[in-house]
Ligand binder design. Structure first.
Ligand code: FES
Length: 118
């Protein structure tokens, strides 16, 4: 195999990944798990499946460790779009699924501010 890419190698198996930070810290530092990120992740998986957009060629919902933007937690990111969101509750997740993952449009009101870091 050569060291160069061809078009077949660059095809994406999934159209989009949505990564939920589920990081838990024991020392009471800010972390996404403090905001019930697991429930949001579970809800998103259910909604994506119910919408019929899960699987190859479509959407993969993934757990993630710390994404190093803890001050804005809970956070998630959608790739390859590189769109970061802060969410509060299940209705925010519903909106991200319906508008972004199904509709392909960014949910402006939930965007994580670009200067939010650790
Ligand atoms: S703990 Fe979630 S981004 Fe760091």
């Amino acid at each position: 195999m050569s060291g160069t890419y061809n078009s077949r190698m660059t095809l994406s198996y999934y159209r989009r990944h949505i990564f939920f930070c589920l990081n838990q810290r024991a020392n009471n530092e800010a972390c996404c798990a403090q905001h019930d990120a697991q429930a949001a992740f579970d809800h998103c998986k259910s909604r994506v499946k119910a919408a019929g957009i899960n699987g190859p060629g479509a959407v993969r919902v993934n757990k993630s460790g710390c994404l190093d933007r803890c001050a804005g937690g809970p956070v998630l990111v959608v790739y390859p779009d590189a769109v970061w969101y802060h969410y509060v509750d299940a209705s925010d997740i519903d909106e991200i699924v319906d508008v972004h993952l199904v509709g392909g449009r960014v949910v402006e009101r939930l965007l994580l501010a670009p200067d939010i870091g650790h």
